[in-house]
Design a protein around this ligand. Structure first.
Ligand SMILES: Cc1cc2nc3c(=O)[nH]c(=O)nc-3n(C[C@H](O)[C@H](O)[C@H](O)COP(=O)(O)OP(=O)(O)OC[C@H]3O[C@@H](n4cnc5c(N)ncnc54)[C@H](O)[C@@H]3O)c2cc1C
Length: 550
């Protein structure tokens, strides 16, 4: 265990056992209170949908797992009500430096432009992320029933519901759910019970992860945290290494060990301590956590199987390089939450869930591709791959084209849903294309004392029409909320937002956007075009005959 003060969440006898009543019935049952299960429960609650979350454990994530949370995840966490707390606790970073041996090849800045509420990345241990999500779940006592020490041991999917068998310290019980979401992680028992192939590639390379607590900062005079990655580090010849700072003066060190390393030997502190000293020099430190891991890239062929839906690591798995595992799973939640809520509330029919499968499959493939490429670059499999890799590294110091080929993990970005069936027209003029995620920008509320804030705080959770610039003010869609942004020099009406210098550049002017509840653009309309719902949102929503979900 790390030094993190783990809270043991109490087991409470579930009503099905306490009252001796029959199986309770829930709109949604979620297996797993990891980051994905917890975030989904919150998203559903924000849509007024009740869920029961069943976890076999009674603590948040044990040990050191995810630390890097990308801007898009932070924006989603913010929509769920926990983003600011995470940023406050997390270590914000944006600059990465790459070394070959002791020579710096180049550095990159992940957020070179101003005008975003959320930083490019924070580092925050997964146990804090889960702790904050658990606390947020407690804000919805009538909508989220979070049950610790409730292991799902069986399920049976029927035409109209799923029967779930649960084992607890007080005995077994069953419950019925309209929908079952399997957020039960990489070893998903839901997946294996259903006999679903989880195909992909296993990498034999091993990595040593060591978290050390250290008062003294290794990042130089200004102490601004950065991501440092070495190929062929002088302190660990022939391999790769990564150094990252986390909150509480904890530093993550990843050391590549090779495929033949003996994990037990490598975990011996007598072996680990000199390795760490070689990196941090004579700064005093203490080991907080260490483990040796291998990883896989794999995915389910489909994420929606009737009334059982997979999200997070149960659906797709990547190597940690690029930080696409947890970040990808949080985007699953963003995509699934509003759709499942709309289905549960009877606003649309369940074919909408097919678009979750479609959109998140594309994202999973992209994540797996990037993760696999990074892993290949870092751990070349053949003499040819090694020659290519070393030639790229040799050139990268002086040749910008070679820098683009250096791959120590392409960091998680928002999925682009262009071309998927829910997306509509790209109208005239310039601006964000359908399928893109809306960009944040500083805005103020209309009026002399208008509060300053951020555009994304006003988008999401429901469909809305975003109109930008006076030429778009009159544009409207029936039954749809509308948000108007007045640009510089334009008069603002009550209820409008006022651009603080970035909206026009990012969105264009005199333009309207149909925005999804997950802040993605469905369609863009120029000022001379009449916004229309027909032909957009595809057959899935239209088939329900009820229009756009509220
Ligand atoms: C070393 C390492 C570093 C990583 N770094 C990053 C990073 O920097 N950024 C990033 O985005 N991702 C990272 N990841 C990936 C990230 O940790 C996972 O993607 C994330 O934990 C997935 O969340 P999840 O909720 O899907 O699954 P999990 O976190 O595995 O949660 C699953 C939950 O389900 C519960 N459960 C399982 N079976 C049952 C059952 N039968 N009944 C009830 N409950 C059950 C488990 O107890 C657990 O609480 C890293 C992973 C590793 C291993």
């Amino acid at each position: 265990m790390t030094r993190y003060a783990y809270r043991r969440f109490p087991f409470v006898t579930p009503p099905e056992l306490a009252g001796g009543a029959g199986a309770g019935r829930y709109p949604v049952a979620i297996v797993g209170a990891g980051p994905i299960g917890l975030a989904l429960a919150i998203d559903l609650a924000l849509h007024g949908v009740r869920s029961v979350v069943l976890d076999d454990n009674d603590v948040v994530s044990v040990g050191s797992r995810a630390i890097c949370w990308a801007k898009r995840s932070l924006e989603i966490f913010d929509r769920l009500g926990v983003g600011e707390r995470m940023v406050e606790k997390g270590v914000t970073w944006r600059v990465g430096r790459l070394f070959n041996g002791d020579k710096e090849l180049y550095r990159f800045d992940l957020l070179p432009e101003a005008g975003h509420k959320m930083p490019a990345f924070i580092n925050l241990q997964q146990y804090y992320v889960e702790e904050y999500l658990v606390d947020r779940c407690h804000d919805f006592p009538d909508l989220i029933d979070l049950r610790w020490k409730n292991a799902v041991i069986d399920h049976e999917a029927r035409a109209d519901a799923v029967r779930v068998e649960v084992a607890t310290p007080d005995g077994r019980y069953s419950l019925m759910a309209d929908w079952l979401v399997a957020a039960d992680g990489s070893h998903s028992t839901t997946r294996s019970r259903m006999g679903l192939p989880f195909e992909g590639e296993t990498f034999h390379e091993q990595f040593l992860i060591v978290d050390v607590e250290m008062e003294e900062d290794p990042f130089g005079a200004d102490g601004v945290p950065e991501r440092w990655f070495w190929f062929h580090p002088p302190f660990h010849p022939g391999q790769s290494a990564l150094l990252h700072r986390q909150p509480d003066n904890i530093y993550r060190i990843d050391l590549q060990l090779g495929p033949d390393a003996d994990a037990d030997v490598e975990k011996d502190p007598e072996r680990v301590l000199p390795r760490i000293r070689a990196i941090v020099g004579d700064r005093p430190f203490e080991i907080d956590w260490l483990s040796v891991y291998r990883f896989r890239c794999a995915r389910l062929d489909r994420f929606v199987h009737g009334r059982v839906i997979f999200a997070g690591d149960s659906a797709h798995l990547v190597s940690p390089f690029g930080a696409r595992g947890g970040n990808g799973g949080i985007q699953d939640v963003d995509n699934l939450g509003w759709k499942l809520a709309a289905v549960v509330k009877g606003e649309v029919n369940s074919t909408l869930l097919e678009t979750y499968d479609e959109e998140r499959s594309i994202a999973a493939d992209e994540n797996i591709l990037n993760s696999t490429r990074a892993t290949r670059f870092m751990t070349p499999k053949s003499a040819t791959e090694m020659t290519f890799r070393d030639a790229v590294l040799a050139l990268a110091g002086s040749a910008p084209f070679a820098r683009r080929l250096v791959n120590s993990g392409r960091l998680s970005l928002p999925a682009n849903l262009a071309g998927c069936r829910l997306q509509g027209a790209e109208g005239e003029g310039a601006g964000l294309a359908p399928g893109s995620v809306c960009l944040d920008a500083p805005v103020a509320e209309a009026g002399a004392d208008g509060a300053q804030g951020w555009l994304l705080d006003h988008l999401g959770g429901r469909f809305m029409l975003l109109t930008i610039g006076e030429g778009a003010r009159a544009m409207a869609l029936p039954r749809l909320a509308r948000l108007h942004v007045a640009l510089e020099g334009e008069a603002a009406a009550p209820g409008d937002l006022v651009d603080r210098g970035f909206v026009a550049a990012r969105y264009g002017r005199d333009v309207a956007y149909l925005v999804r509840p997950d802040q993605h653009v469905v369609a863009r309309f120029g000022a001379d075009e009449a916004p229309a719902l027909s032909g957009i949102l595809g057959g899935a929503v239209a088939a329900a005959g009820k229009g756009v979900p509220a």
